[in-house]
Design a protein around this ligand. Structure first.
Ligand SMILES: [Ca+2]
Length: 493
């Protein structure tokens, strides 16, 4: 773990504790904040989850194309996590892992019923018997809200209010699952409308690209209102943006500001839509930067900054139009570019300012970490793959990753494992990520002992997660229906 020394000092000072007085986490991480003068109540948690944004898409992670001043400030005031992973390189399983603290295969949702993700009217959904971050925090007295793209099932029993969310406003699946997309013809579903829901009720339809461009603002407005309404009690806000997933559009001011890609003329952009996509993606990235800034500003205005942890990350690697920086591969791949995410953690006075953590951490860790910090109960009647990363986030001296190994699954297929700086692919390629973050030089033949050690992790994972007894069943609805009757499609076109 690498910290900037001055930040560490600032952190200790912020807690009002000397190094020797820092409690150990075996006492319970709650002791760390409960003992401080300003943090008598439970901390609030906010997770801003971007869709399809890549490792190199924001300035704190090296973007030279996109302007992200709000995220720059968030990084200055918080921690940059440079080895933070999602547990799948596409939407649905990645979200299942975040919500449950488990590998997607563990909860039966490594894929949709017939595709790599859930599609409209899919009979599968996250099993409502799963405990989620929201249900655990709700049981611990939190107000809980989800504002944005869900994508863990669109049947009524699979919507967010069944998993511990008091409030929901958003779209039930991806924003490209709508009639105008040519791919719709190839789906095993009718070209169905893209509905907007409030709790379990359809309240609007995303009809055109102008509507698409408003989604970031609408979800942000809802999240801000929820935070204001619940300022006097602990809250958990999950803000899974539909941006920057295709079809890409943003509000006009962001499109105008992005302009044509800097190194390309307009004629070429018109000729090659890839470049137009890049410009629109840039506008979207700059709008989610605005969104993050608005959330942080609201928290500061309400005087809650020293009592609120905000995590900013993405659900999988960058797709078309995005940048994965130095990483190899992109969305859908188990190369680093598919699963390592540009992640920031912010909690002024508690998470050390302007710090960087390169230890392995994952979205699965947020469930146990939030449960412990929020006085909730980590389920002990089932396997949870995530671990408490509060020691990393809070800057405990010499804190190490709680993961001996991290597994890279593509659907139900185990394709790689990382332990420390080493990553072994199932085809026996070995990379030293510390020296070779781009996975260019296979060093297996010079490190046979390392290959052997990591191979054991793969064998253990097969023995564990290939055994159905160690996995839980997916939720199923044997008579799935479209959320919006198809006749309404004509009314809205
Ligand atoms: Ca995604």
């Amino acid at each position: 773990m690498r910290y900037i020394t001055t930040s560490r000092r600032h952190f200790i000072k912020g807690l009002g504790l000397g190094i020797a007085a820092l409690p150990t986490f075996s006492m319970g991480a709650t002791a760390l904040w409960a003992g401080t003068s300003k943090a008598k109540r439970k901390p609030n948690f906010v997770v801003i989850f971007i869709d399809d944004m890549g490792y190199g898409d924001i300035e704190p992670f090296g973007s030279k194309l996109n302007k992200t001043p709000e995220l720059n400030r968030m990084a200055d005031e918080g921690m940059k996590l440079t080895s933070f992973y999602v547990a799948a390189p596409v939407c649905t399983p990645s979200r299942a892992a975040l919500m449950t603290g488990c590998y997607p295969k563990r909860v039966g949702l490594a894929t949709g019923s017939w595709g790599v993700v859930l599609f409209p009217k899919d009979p599968y959904g996250l099993n409502p018997k799963e405990k989620t971050i929201a249900s655990i925090l709700k049981d611990a007295g939190y107000a809980t809200g989800c504002f944005g793209k869900w994508h863990l099932g669109d049947q009524p029993e699979f919507l967010p209010t069944n998993y511990g969310f008091d409030s929901y406003f958003g779209i039930p699946y991806s924003n490209d699952m709508w009639p105008p997309m040519p791919e719709a013809k190839e789906w095993k579903v009718a070209p169905c409308p893209l509905p907007v829901l409030r709790n379990n009720k359809v309240v609007d339809i995303v009809k055109d690209m102008d509507d698409q461009g408003q989604l970031c603002k609408r979800f942000t407005d809802e999240a801000v209102a929820f935070i204001r309404d619940n300022r006097d009690r602990p809250f958990f806000v999950y803000l899974p943006h539909a941006f920057v997933h295709s079809p890409c559009n943003a509000r006009k001011e962001f499109i105008d500001r992005a302009g044509p890609a800097r190194d390309l003329d307009e004629e070429r952009m018109a000729r090659e839509p890839t470049y137009a996509m890049r410009q629109r993606t840039r506008a979207q990235i700059e709008e989610v930067d605005w969104s993050a800034g608005r959330i942080l500003k609201t928290i500061k205005e309400l005087g809650l900054a020293r009592n609120t942890m905000v995590i900013f990350t993405s659900d999988n690697g960058g797709a078309w139009g995005c940048s994965n920086g130095p990483l190899r591969g992109n969305k859908g791949a188990t190369w680093e570019g598919g699963m390592r995410e540009p992640t920031l953690a912010w909690w002024p006075g508690t998470i050390p300012a302007n710090s960087t953590c390169d230890e392995i951490a994952t979205t699965m860790d947020l469930l146990p970490t939030f449960a412990i910090l929020g006085g909730g109960k980590v389920p002990n009647d089932r396997v949870i793959d995530g671990r408490n990363i509060a020691p990393l986030l809070l800057g405990r001296a010499n804190a190490k990753s709680p993961h001996q190994s991290f597994l890279y699954y593509k659907g139900n297929n185990l394709q790689a494992v990382r332990s420390g700086k080493w990553k072994l692919h199932s085809n026996a390629e070995l990379y030293n990520l510390e020296k070779d973050i781009g996975e260019r030089q296979n060093v297996a033949k010079d490190n046979l002992d390392i290959v052997k050690r990591l191979r054991k992790y793969l064998d253990q994972a097969h023995a564990d997660l290939d055994n159905p007894k160690n996995c839980r069943p997916v939720g199923k609805n044997m008579n799935p229906q479209y959320l919006v009757p198809l006749e309404r499609l004509k009314d809205n076109q």
